[in-house]
Design a protein around this ligand. Structure first.
Ligand code: NAG
Ligand code: NAG
Length: 554
């Protein structure tokens, strides 16, 4: 009897031991080595690529406690659970809106897991990121500012939807300054005027704080050409303060009175070089394409899918938006000319419209016309302004794509390079009645509207298409790194060596190569994905830019 009980206990114990053995040694085969390698990789890659200063103590609005060993655990978990990366998508978004709804309906939303720990322990300290998280898709970029990158967030097997240096494109004054610098640098290279013309993505702008630009501008103001133009077309320029001015503030339309004042201030150009005010004069688009008498803009959604190397996609579906006031080129009402969100918002507010600013999708439905540029093409065909039924494919999209490529190229040296980073942008274009287009501004975190079921559906599809692209690059990278890790494990076992002793220069080269985003390992984006590739630095020569920039212009 007693003997039997001992046998039973021994048998249970040995089963438990075997179970533990299976768990640690078979399921987590070579766990120690893999753990060492992953820790090494996160440290090496973060130090080599993106390593912002850490700030653990700071408040973050998702109330998640940063954990120093998070990446260690998360990457290890994913290494042994490939489905988490290769089949599933674990994501979350803290801000409410269409994107959050889309993510919740299509993927594993990590937020319940994050709150689960909070409820069970009644303390914030256990409110943490789940190990499975692959594609955090946040509104605010606190995961890079409030967490230690490579340890507490942005692990090797994650892709983030934000790029810390995006302001080089999304601040209006940066966009403008980078355009000047870019054109200056092309001129220095000696490319021809046609290249310069094609590389110009914002309306012609004179920097009045730069002697040469300033003199040119005042000479033009005195020319007969200018006088004829204002008589025929109304105001030709707007002026703005060149730095830190956003959303329509500080913009003056050069009506006769304003022009006279400006000429007096600059003594008709004699004070050029002496006056250092950061003022610029930008060509005013006085002949915009109109829709029912309102100026219209169209919005192209685009993404930087990676910055190591730069890979960009633009979306096929587009939003057309109209100015709030009817357009009248001779109107002295600024709102008829400056068609932009802040002014529009304050006007709506004054009218008592209910704008929920916490919601990232404040309702501006009355200002949006249609989601498709086909509509614009139909309109132009009807008006006889174009004849080509494939005008969008043959002219508009290539022109739009080239402008976005040039805007990216104008900041390529200022962008943080790391394949964990990405960003979602929208570029607002204006079209003239003779069908020229210009970029007016670029925003990140663009509004995604749910004002109509059709629009909600389109934005849901766009979110899914973005996630599809993020997944494709992450999965390719995951498979590349899995091979490298297995190779290093074998080497460690064979030589009984520590990682530091066995890793060679060649291994490091392989690691850097594998860290570059590219679609390989049999991974592709879905056939029905509506994003089109517009730039990929993996490709050779002018193919990088879809052959939209000629070799002589580079
Ligand atoms: C960390 O965050 C706190 C609070 O937001 C701030 O005062 C401090 O300057 C930050 N430190 C660093 C190193 O960024
Ligand atoms: C400039 O753009 C036009 C189309 O808008 C294109 O036909 C031409 O080849 C481009 N020129 C250069 C030098 O890239």
């Amino acid at each position: 009897m007693f003997g039997k009980a001992i046998v039973l206990i021994v048998s249970i114990l040995s089963h438990l031991l075997i179970f533990k053995f299976i768990r640690t040694s078979l399921v987590y085969k070579n766990r120690q080595e893999v753990d060492q390698i992953l820790t090494y990789l996160n440290k090496y890659l973060t130090n080599t690529y993106y390593a912002p200063p850490a700030n653990h103590s700071a408040y973050n609005s998702i109330l998640v406690k940063p954990e120093f060993d998070y990446c260690k655990r998360s990457d290890l978990y994913k290494f042994y659970h490939p489905d988490v990366v290769m089949t599933d998508t674990y994501t979350f978004r803290e801000a409410k809106g269409v994107i959050r709804e889309a993510l919740r309906s299509s993927y594993f939303d990590c937020i319940p897991q994050m709150y689960f720990k909070l409820r069970n322990t009644q303390t914030l300290s256990k409110h943490v990121l789940p190990e499975q998280l692959t594609l955090p898709f946040t509104y605010y970029d606190q995961l890079v500012h409030k967490f230690k990158v490579g340890q507490a967030s942005l692990c090797l097997f994650q892709k983030y939807n934000h790029l810390p240096s995006r302001h080089v494109l999304s601040h209006k004054d940066n966009l403008m300054n980078n355009q000047y610098k870019y054109i200056d640098s092309l001129r220095e290279k000696g490319v021809d005027e046609e290249c310069i013309k094609n590389a110009t993505f914002i309306p012609k702008t004179y920097r009045l704080f730069q002697k040469q630009d300033c003199i040119e501008f005042f000479n033009y103001l005195n020319s007969q050409e200018y006088k004829d133009k204002i008589a025929e077309e109304g105001p030709q320029f707007i002026t703005k303060v060149g730095l830190e001015v956003h959303r329509g503030r500080g913009i003056k339309v050069l009506f006769p009175e304003e022009t006279k004042k400006l000429q007096e201030t600059y003594k008709n150009g004699k004070r050029c070089g002496a006056d250092q005010s950061l003022l610029v004069a930008q060509q005013y688009i006085g002949n915009p394409m109109l829709f029912n008498n309102h100026k219209i803009e169209f919005r192209i959604y685009w993404i930087l899918a990676s910055t190591n190397p730069i890979i960009a996609y633009a979306y096929d579906k587009t939003l057309i938006r109209r100015c709030i006031a009817p357009f009248d080129k001779f109107s002295l009402n600024k709102e008829a000319h400056v068609c932009n969100t802040a002014i529009v918002k304050s006007t709506l507010k004054q009218r008592g419209a209910d704008l929920d600013l916490d919601d990232e999708n404040a309702d501006e439905s009355e200002l949006f016309i249609d989601w498709k540029l086909d509509y614009l093409q139909d309109l132009l065909l009807q008006q006889g302004k174009i004849k080509d039924k494939k005008w969008l494919q043959n002219y508009l999209y290539p022109t739009v794509d080239r402008m976005i490529i040039h805007s990216i190229k104008s900041v390529e040296d200022q962008i943080t390079r790391d394949s964990r980073l990405a960003e979602f942008f929208a570029a607002d274009f204006i079209m003239t009645d003779d069908l020229k287009i210009h970029i007016m501004e670029i925003n990140y975190n663009p509004q995604t509207l749910k004002t109509t079921p059709a629009r909600e559906k389109q934005h849901t599809k766009m979110t899914q298409d973005m996630i599809d692209i993020q997944n494709a690059y992450l999965r390719s990278k995951y498979l590349r790194f899995k091979k490298i890790i297995l190779k290093l494990v074998a080497k460690m076992k064979k030589d009984f060596g520590l990682l530091d002793q066995i890793i060679t220069q060649k291994n490091i080269q392989e690691i850097n190569e594998a860290y570059k985003d590219k679609l390989d390992q049999g991974i592709k984006i879905n056939d029905d994905n509506l994003f089109r590739l517009i730039m990929d630095e993996n490709l050779p020569g002018t193919k990088k830019y879809k052959d939209l920039i000629q070799k002589k212009c580079l």
